[in-house]
Design a protein around this ligand. Structure first.
Ligand code: UD1
Ligand code: UDP
Length: 356
């Protein structure tokens, strides 16, 4: 094959889908190596089916584990597949343990390594994602940066310009390929009895938030209070990590928050599009709401997506109850007419043209 894609989690499947499709369109031979980091149907197979992606040629089925054990098992498996299949290029995406494992394995072998979504920085080394993205950037041969700002951050770390290419983010490709389809096909608003512009969308799954009872409780309390005050409901498609933590806390969520299982991409896009406000700690949700013109409140202390803040689409509020209520008040009536900072939806083509 010319290309080996290494992926393992929900956001990687979604954000690599435009590239996999571009390979199909151009008859570029490739293999898909799934690490098995995500394995629940609702985080995994549902996206392969809905985005009409081929079943991965390899699945390492590593499952959940501590960082070292999980990453080590992936590296071992990926190394052996790359040695056997000998692709020209290995593509990894973003900042997950799967991306790091793909990067480490590929960087010590023949193929060139391309890192998509390069140059994002939260400057917070307590996040596993920050470690993963810094390391992947530094061992890559090609770095595809979504924005000029991310390219600038790479240059500031001494990474030479020549193999930094600004392409936009492939999430713009994915959103533009699915937005109309979502409008035509998704019945999530009717099914869940939701009125456009009259509900809030919440996602919180990040380890530093949901593994910390104070931070998780602060988010739920702040969002619950704002929803009460404004007499609107909150839909929270809950990631399994957050659900487990909630069960352990033995606490119910505030009344206006409705928990639903993780949604497929078309339903989730529809909710992002029609929500009055999104409250999130997800990277992808900060980008997608910005692209769709829905205001966003980020319940973190920092973000590696500062472009969304600069243009007024997003605001950082941390996890304190009062700060969340105040931030939500400031964001909820924003009109969404900001420009999209993440490119024109041709990132996948640009990446393939550079590699081939
Ligand atoms: C991972 C990424 C994170 C990304 C997120 C996307 C790392 C370090 N973290 O976090 O950057 O934002 O994916 O959603 O790579 N679980 C299931 N089913 C699954 C997968 C996980 O129930 O299919 C549960 C398990 O209890 C597991 C926990 O979720 O222990 C955490 O899973 P893990 O893959 O370690 O990290 P995520 O929180 O999903
Ligand atoms: N997403 C989805 N269903 C959901 C929640 C999220 O399809 O119930 C999609 C969302 O559209 C985005 C991606 O998952 O493309 C974001 O993944 P996640 O928040 O898990 O990870 P992050 O972006 O923070 O790494």
């Amino acid at each position: 094959p010319r290309i080996a894609f290494v992926l393992g989690t929900r956001p990687e499947i979604i954000k690599l889908s435009p590239l996999i499709r571009a390979c199909d369109d151009r008859d570029v031979p490739y293999v898909v190596v799934h690490t098995g980091q995500h394995y629940s149907d609702s985080l995994d197979t549902v996206f392969f089916e809905q985005l009409e992606l081929p079943t991965p040629t390899h699945n390492l089925e590593v499952g959940s584990d501590d960082h070292g054990a999980q990453t080590a098992e992936m590296i071992r498996g990926i190394e052996s597949i790359l040695t056997e299949t000998r692709p020209d290029h290995v593509i990894v995406h973003g900042d997950t343990n799967s991306a790091l494992a793909g990067a480490i394995a590929a960087s010590k072998l023949e193929p060139s390594l391309a890192h998509i979504e390069a140059g994002l920085r939260s400057f917070d080394r307590s996040m596993p994602e920050e470690i993963n993205r810094v390391l992947a950037d530094h061992v890559s041969n090609y770095r595809f940066a979504p924005t000029d700002e991310s390219a600038r951050l790479l240059a500031a770390e001494g990474i030479d310009d020549e193999r930094v290419v600004v392409t936009g983010n492939t999430i713009v490709d994915a959103v533009s390929q699915h937005r109309d389809l979502a409008t035509r096909k998704s019945t999530v608003l009717e099914d869940r009895d939701l009125e456009s512009g009259e509900f809030y969308l919440l996602t919180a799954h990040r380890a530093e938030n949901v593994d910390d009872p104070d931070r998780f409780t602060g988010i739920l309390a702040g969002v619950g209070e704002f929803a009460d005050r404004t007499d609107r409901e909150v839909v929270y498609p809950i990631h399994p990590r957050a659900r487990e933590n909630l069960e352990e806390l033995g606490r119910s969520v505030p009344d206006p928050i409705r928990l639903v299982p993780p949604l497929d991409f078309l339903d989730f896009l529809t909710l992002e599009d029609h929500a009055r406000l999104a409250i999130t700690d997800s990277g992808g949700v900060q980008e997608e709401t910005c692209i769709l013109g829905t205001p966003c409140l980020t319940v973190r202390d920092n973000t590696e997506r500062p472009e969304t803040i600069d243009i007024g689409a997003n605001r950082l509020v941390g996890t304190d109850r009062t700060a969340i209520v105040e931030g939500a008040e400031a964001m909820v009536d924003r009109d969404g007419a900001w420009p999209n900072p993440f490119g024109d939806g041709t990132a996948a083509d640009r990446i393939l043209e550079t590699l081939l």
